[in-house]
Design a protein around this ligand. Structure first.
Ligand code: PLP
Length: 375
């Protein structure tokens, strides 16, 4: 789906220099590269605190731990997401309370979040799926009313915006992944937590190193969740090229939208955003291919971490996939099964209905951004 060798070729020299700098420093754990990266990415996203951690899954775990999620606590999150979102809740003994998806952006139905808040709700995780922000205002309003923290799972959305506000800066905490396929990818693993709250930042810095500010004096149960010094050095190089990488992504997405309209007869699923529950799926459509919809009208708010179309008709998605494979085009299914249907969560006796998430699991197909559609 992604040619990482080609992606790194223009700054190969800078990456090699970063490697040499770390090699020659002899500092491999929480040294000057991590510090510099945290400083630069905090400035880039516009938050006072950024904490480099081991990966995006651990970033979620630490964020939940920082707001004291523990056994029996409920955390609201979308059902149509990557496993780590719900997995982090369960790793702490919490119970994920799922929300269905919006037809427009595939993000959690922001209008349904308030109704899911109950006496055991300890936090809300809003995921900015595929590089596009969830509709944050209704979520933030509901959370504020009940005094509940909001964690933004921005693993796929570094650089995305909702009404000009950067992903990961709107809630209590933002979490990011630097898995190689993300908007900013490490040459390995990495993650980040952002926050405006100095005391939460301080707590996360302790949790990152076994709950100790002073070595061997443990105030809380943490773990080893450190971002590697070498990865921080690579990420610093790539962060300096991030704006142009995001512009390129947006241009490729524009080209692909046009190509799919022309060659595959693809259409937009809706005339306007239905995040607020003000619209309905239309079943009669002139085409079997539905294009990804941008809810945020502001230019450049979507980062297109994944370009996900919907292919309507029973079995049609798989037919398209096979056809593409024959032409040597790789595609992916993000995600074939939503969280409310995963065996590991069934013990929670999940109630509610998730019709849109189930449709997305059956119809979604991620195409490579550089794909040029034929007839
Ligand atoms: C939405 C979402 N959350 C969390 C993660 C976890 O990040 P990582 O793979 O760095 O652990 C991912 C990674 O794919 C993701 O897409």
């Amino acid at each position: 789906m992604l040619d990482l060798v080609a992606e790194h070729t223009p700054y190969r020299g800078e990456l090699l220099a970063a490697f040499e700098r770390v090699l020659d420093s002899g500092r491999f754990v929480l040294g000057p590269e991590v510090e510099a990266f945290e400083r630069e990415i905090a400035a880039w996203t516009g938050v006072p605190h950024a904490i480099g951690v081991s990966n995006g899954s651990d970033a979620l775990l630490l964020a939940l731990q920082a707001v004291d999620v523990g056994p029996g606590d409920e955390v609201i999150c979308p059902t149509f997401t990557f496993f780590a979102t719900a997995g982090a809740i369960a790793r702490l003994g919490g119970i994920p309370i799922f929300v269905d998806s919006a037809e427009c952006c595939y993000n959690l139905r922001a209008d349904q979040v308030a109704a899911k808040i109950g006496p055991k709700t300890k936090a809300i995780i809003a995921v900015h799926l595929f590089g596009q922000c969830a509709d944050m205002d209704p979520i933030l309003t509901a959370a504020k009313k009940h005094g509940i923290p909001v964690i933004e799972d921005a693993a796929q959305a570094l650089g995305a915006k909702d009404k000009g506000r950067q992903a990961g800066t709107m809630g209590t905490l933002g979490t990011f992944s630097f898995f190689p396929t993300k908007n900013l990818g490490a040459l390995g693993e990495g993650g980040l937590i952002t926050t405006k709250d100095a005391s939460l930042a301080e707590k996360i810095r302790k949790l990152r190193v076994h709950g100790a500010k002073q070595k061997y004096f443990h105030e809380m149960i943490g773990g080893n969740f450190r971002l590697h010094e070498l990865q921080a050095a690579f990420l610093l190089v790539k962060l300096r090229h991030l704006n142009s990488a995001l512009s390129k992504r947006r241009q490729s997405a524009e080209n692909l939208l046009m190509g799919l309209r022309e060659k595959w007869n693809a259409v937009m699923p809706l005339e306007s955003c239905v995040c607020k529950g003000n619209g309905q799926a239309k079943d009669e459509r002139p085409s079997t291919v539905l294009l990804p919809f941008s809810c945020h009208s502001g230019k450049g708010e979507h980062t297109w971490n994944q370009f996900v179309v919907r292919i309507l008709g029973k079995g049609e998605r798989d037919n398209y996939r096979t056809r593409l494979e024959k032409e040597g085009i790789q595609s992916e299914i993000y995600y074939p099964r939503s969280m409310h249907e995963q065996g590991c969560f069934l013990k929670h006796k999940i109630s509610g209905e998730y019709p849109m998430a189930e449709r997305l699991a059956a119809e979604s197909l991620a195409l490579p951004l550089g794909f040029i559609p034929g007839q």
